[in-house]
Design a protein around this ligand. Sequence first.
Ligand SMILES: NC(=O)c1ccc[n+]([C@@H]2O[C@H](COP(=O)([O-])OP(=O)(O)OC[C@H]3O[C@@H](n4cnc5c(N)ncnc54)[C@H](OP(=O)(O)O)[C@@H]3O)[C@@H](O)[C@H]2O)c1
Length: 243
Amino acid sequence: MERVAFITGASRGLGKAMAYAFAKKDYAIAVHYNTAKDDAEKVVNDIINLGGKALAVSASLSNFASISSAVNTVHQHFGQIDVLINNAGIKDDAPINELTLKTFQEVFDVNVTGAWCFMKEVSRIMMKQHRGRIINISSGVGTYGRQNQTNYAGSKGALNAITKSLSKELGPFNITVNAIAPGLIETDMTADVNSVHKEKYRQEIPLQRLGLPEDIANAALFLASDKASFISGQILHVNGGLR
Ligand SMILES: NC(=O)c1ccc[n+]([C@@H]2O[C@H](COP(=O)([O-])OP(=O)(O)OC[C@H]3O[C@@H](n4cnc5c(N)ncnc54)[C@H](OP(=O)(O)O)[C@@H]3O)[C@@H](O)[C@H]2O)c1
């Protein structure tokens, strides 16, 4: 049976890499985006041109109704959802004396509440199917912390705790829930990190290179695969051995 992967934030960066990687393994892909419609449609067309199946679907992670509607659209279109990859996320860094309450809450709204809404809506479908894989894209800073990221690191720490809690609820339904915690990967999100810092960071990595979006996609493919059927509630750090 063909499997369906719903990947949030698949218009760019890590989500786009995961969309192509899963399509190459014969998953049908729901390509979620927020604003980048053209980019998402390009991902869909690329997959269809390679002989795969894909559908673009938009939702704002700050809006529960739009998330619910996107999940229903995908379920009606494909008839099942086997894998949810909660990848869409934002960061907006500042020291705590400059960080506003509004910015703190915006990051939590998207990275925690939005991801939770997706889990809530998709788990309803997966529980009826009695199978499913939920993979949350967290960050190493959710475990280790980072200066100027009380909002972002805090949101990823919350996502880790949600991952562990939900794995306990959904295990009896044959649903695994895990998180991947990437180190620094070159995407739009990290375009503001200067090259001197990136080089310093690279030198600290035992494997002596920065991560690639494909490294994250490979970890997600493993967690979605039958080979990972007894792995749940885990935070998989993909960072070249940094910590
Ligand atoms: N890159 C890294 O080094 C790194 C490291 C650790 C963890 N991560 C995590 O990995 C995930 C992907 O990061 P990335 O680097 O690929 O980011 P990115 O290139 O900035 O892409 C972000 C994606 O999230 C979507 N998005 C942003 N705000 C949204 C909102 N309010 N509602 C719905 N969708 C929204 C964007 O959609 P549109 O394009 O439509 O706006 C886009 O597809 C994030 O959760 C991030 O925290 C990244």
